[in-house]
Ligand binder design. Structure first.
Ligand SMILES: [Zn+2]
Length: 83
């Protein structure tokens, strides 16, 4: 087997084992919302979004969508505890 083929096999193995192997540290993405686009950010467990819902409650559908997409590679975005 040549070197490129063996790297490809390894890459596919890493991708298949993403839950154990991949940790996301930071990213910025744009999500197309119903009425406007929103920027979701993540930096070592700190989530952010530029929408009103996130500013009011600290969680929104845009952040939850990114959690769903990235799964165990990110820290969960939790609602701030009230009271
Ligand atoms: Zn949002």
């Amino acid at each position: 087997m040549d070197a490129i083929a063996s790297r490809l096999i390894k890459a596919r193995q890493y991708a298949a084992e993403r839950d154990q192997r991949v940790r996301v540290h930071s990213f910025e993405v744009e999500i197309q919302g119903e009425n406007a686009n929103h920027i979701v950010t993540y930096d070592r467990g700190e989530w952010g979004c530029d929408c009103e819902e996130f500013m009011r409650r600290g969680l929104c559908a845009h952040v939850m969508a990114m959690e769903e997409i990235l799964g165990d590679a990110v820290e969960p975005a939790l609602l701030p505890l009230v009271g």
